[in-house]
Design a protein around this ligand. Structure first.
Ligand code: TRP
Length: 338
């Protein structure tokens, strides 16, 4: 069969520009998106509308949104093959978000663990958007009728809710939305914090030594790996045991992801050498992996006209798809066509 006549399955995901992208964002998410480029029809966006559920500095939000786009491209997401866009550029997200708010139950939203976590952390700003955020996320997804939504463990509950809302809506109005599946990559690395290997490496971590950022310079990367928490094993043995040695297991996961070596190969490589040799080796390998990404992202960021052409084209393609779904929804629920 001619490749062009086969309709590819649709994949969609987004990242909030609420912090600088980390090594965890790259190894756990973006690298997988890059590897899936040809297999799927892809939509990836900067979830700026989600970011404002927590107070943001306007200039920083703008900078990080553009930086995130430049980084997506620098990581290898080809804008010719992936629709890359800024969420707030496609008004259908806000429009369907409102509609879906009316089909999402208070009880369901109250059960979201992310809402409970974030409202505990932001006691002085527990706003309505923070609470109804999963309805907007459902809109982000359902507008594009995707087959798969690649997300981390922490977002699975929101994808489950999306499926429930879509099923509820379809149950009333007929088949309007495709029911998406969460896509958990078979070999997705879950990268933990370097200073606390029991919690995920996060772009919103307050401790800058816990996270390696895509834009970190090699010397900063090396310093962070030299300081990385390991354990008090007196033999300082490099062995993969996530229960007993979570810090070492995390460093091995990272080293394996950037060098392609297996855990057995890594254990053999550092046999009898201890953490003093292992940690700088991981730092070097990561610095070498991130160097071309950082340099390319900086080059792209300096080319404002190019960046603008990418996000404009992305918004146009995304709007076309999204508005098709939105028109269907408006018609079904009884809004008068303009
Ligand atoms: N909520 C996601 C996060 O915080 C980001 C996001 C927003 C998203 N809309 C989405 C992810 C739609 C996948 C699909 O990481």
């Amino acid at each position: 069969m001619d490749e062009n006549t086969v309709t590819k399955k649709i994949m969609l995901s987004g990242i909030q520009p609420s912090g600088d992208l980390t090594l965890g964002s790259y190894l756990g998410a973006i690298k997988n998106w890059v590897d899936r480029t040809d297999e799927f029809d892809n939509y990836y966006f900067m979830a700026d509308m989600h970011s404002i559920t927590v107070r943001q500095d306007p200039a920083a939000l703008r900078r990080r949104t553009l930086e995130q786009l430049a980084q997506y491209i620098a990581c290898g997401l080809d804008p010719e093959k992936n629709t890359l866009f800024i969420q707030s550029h496609v008004s259908a997200h806000a429009q369907l978000g409102w509609v879906l708010n009316c089909y999402t139950m208070f009880g369901e939203l109250s059960r979201m663990t992310q809402f409970k976590d974030k409202s505990a952390k932001n006691k002085d700003n527990i706003n309505g958007g923070l609470f109804t955020y999963p309805a907007l996320m459902a809109a982000d997804i359902l507008l594009y009728q995707p087959d798969y939504v690649p997300v981390g463990e922490d977002q699975k509950q929101h994808v489950e809710l999306t499926r429930n809302v879509a099923q509820r809506f379809n149950g009333i109005y007929g088949d309007v939305f495709k029911i998406p599946e969460p896509y958990i990559p078979k070999v997705g690395a879950r990268i933990m914090s370097l200073s606390d290997p029991t919690s995920k490496m996060s772009k919103s971590d307050k401790d800058p030594n816990g996270s390696v950022y895509l834009m970190d310079k090699p010397e900063d990367i090396q310093r962070k790996f030299k300081r990385a928490v390991t354990d008090s094993d007196t033999e300082r043995c490099v062995r993969y045991d996530p229960q007993a040695k979570p810090g070492v297991a995390n460093l091995m996961t990272i080293y394996s992801a950037v060098t392609g070596r297996t855990f057995a190969e890594i254990e053999a490589e550092f046999e009898g050498k201890g953490y003093g040799a292992f940690k700088p080796a991981v730092g070097d390998a990561v610095a070498e992996t991130l160097r071309p990404i950082r340099e390319e992202a900086q080059r792209i960021l300096a080319d404002k006209a190019y960046l603008e052409s990418v996000y404009k084209a992305g918004a146009e393609k995304a709007s076309y798809m999204a508005n098709k779904t939105l028109r269907k929804v408006y018609k079904k629920i009884g809004f008068v066509a303009r």
